[in-house]
Ligand binder design. Structure first.
Ligand code: KIV
Length: 263
C-alpha cells in the first residue's frame, strides 16, 4: 500500500488488508521487507515493550518515539499510530496537538478508540487533513469500564450500539475501522454495512482485513496465547535456545572463534 486511499481500493477489489504492529526500527524494516500492507504503531507498545499491564500507560511522548523509530525503519510504509489514553478526551486543542505530534513523528494516520463523546474531534482531525482509523469492540483503553479484556457486542443492544457507532465513524470521515474481539457474525454485518474497510482482530474471517500484534504471531511471549492469535513460530523458544547456545559457547571457550576475532 502506498496511501490510505488503497484501503478503499482493496475493499472494492475484495483484497484482504493485512496490518501488523511495530514499535521500533528493526521490526519496521522487517515488515517493510514483507508483504504486509501497513504498519500499526499500537499503544500495545505500553504492554509489549514497556511491560505495563494495560495500554492506559501509553502517552503521546511514548507513541511519538515509537512512531519516529518505525518511520525511520520503514520510510515508504503506511504507518498508523495510536492516539493514546485520554488524548482525544481533553478537548479539541489537545487532540490536535497530540495528533500533530504523531503525524510529525512520521505517522500517515492516527487510530482512535471509541467514538461516543469525541465525534467532533474525529471530524475536526479529518477536516484538518489527518486520516483517522476508528477502533470499536474491545477498546483496551476502556478495559476497566469494560470489566476486562473480553468479547464485546454479545447482546442485541450492544450489537446495535456497535453498528450505530461504526456507521457514525464512517460518516465522520474515518477511512477504516478496527473491530476487536466481537462476534464474527456482528463483524460480518458491520463489514457489509460500511463502505470503509473493517480490520478485524479476534473478529472472525469476514472483515476486510486482519491486524495482529507482531510479537504474538511470532510467539515471543511464552505466556500470552489468546485463542484468536495464530502463532507462526515459537519465537520465545527459538530466541531462548540461541541465547543459551551463546552462553554455553562463551563458557566453553568456543566463542569467539578465530574468524570472529578482529586483527
Ligand atoms: O495497540 C494495538 O496493537 C492495537 C491492535 C491490537 C489493534 O490497537
Amino acid at each position: 500500500m502506498k496511501s490510505i486511499l488503497d484501503f478503499a481500493r482493496a475493499k472494492r477489489e475484495e483484497r484482504p488488508v493485512v496490518i501488523l504492529t511495530a514499535y521500533d526500527a528493526l521490526m519496521a524494516r522487517l515488515l517493510a521487507a514483507s508483504e504486509v500492507d501497513a504498519i500499526l504503531v499500537g499503544d500495545s507498545a505500553a504492554m509489549v515493550v514497556h511491560g505495563f499491564p494495560s495500554t492506559i500507560h501509553a502517552t503521546v511522548e511514548m507513541m511519538a518515539v515509537h512512531t519516529a523509530a518505525v518511520r525511520r525503519g520503514a520510510p515508504a510504509a503506511v504507518v498508523i499510530a495510536d492516539m493514546p489514553f485520554l488524548s482525544v478526551r481533553r478537548g479539541r486543542e489537545e487532540a490536535v496537538r497530540s495528533a500533530g505530534t504523531l503525524m510529525q513523528a512520521g505517522a500517515t494516520a492516527v487510530k482512535i478508540e471509541g467514538v461516543a463523546g469525541h465525534e467532533d474531534i474525529i471530524s475536526h482531525l479529518v477536516e484538518s487533513g489527518i486520516p483517522v482509523m476508528g477502533h470499536l469492540g474491545l477498546t483496551p483503553q476502556s478495559v476497566h469500564q469494560l470489566g476486562g479484556f473480553r468479547l464485546q457486542g454479545r447482546t442485541t443492544e450492544a450489537a446495535s450500539r456497535l453498528m450505530a457507532e461504526a456507521r457514525s465513524l464512517e460518516k465522520l470521515g474515518a477511512f477504516a475501522l478496527v473491530l476487536e474481539c466481537v462476534p464474527a457474525a456482528l463483524a460480518a454485518d458491520v463489514t457489509r454495512a460500511l463502505a470503509i474497510s473493517t480490520i478485524g482482530i479476534g473478529a472472525g474471517g469476514d472483515t476486510d482485513g486482519q491486524v495482529l500484534v507482531s510479537a504474538d504471531l511470532l510467539g515471543f511471549d511464552a505466556e500470552f496465547r489468546p485463542r484468536f492469535v495464530r502463532r507462526y513460530q515459537d519465537g520465545h523458544a527459538a530466541a531462548l535456545a540461541a541465547v543459551n547456545a551463546f552462553v554455553r559457547d562463551v563458557r566453553a571457550a568456543r566463542f569467539p572463534a578465530p574468524e570472529e576475532v578482529l586483527a
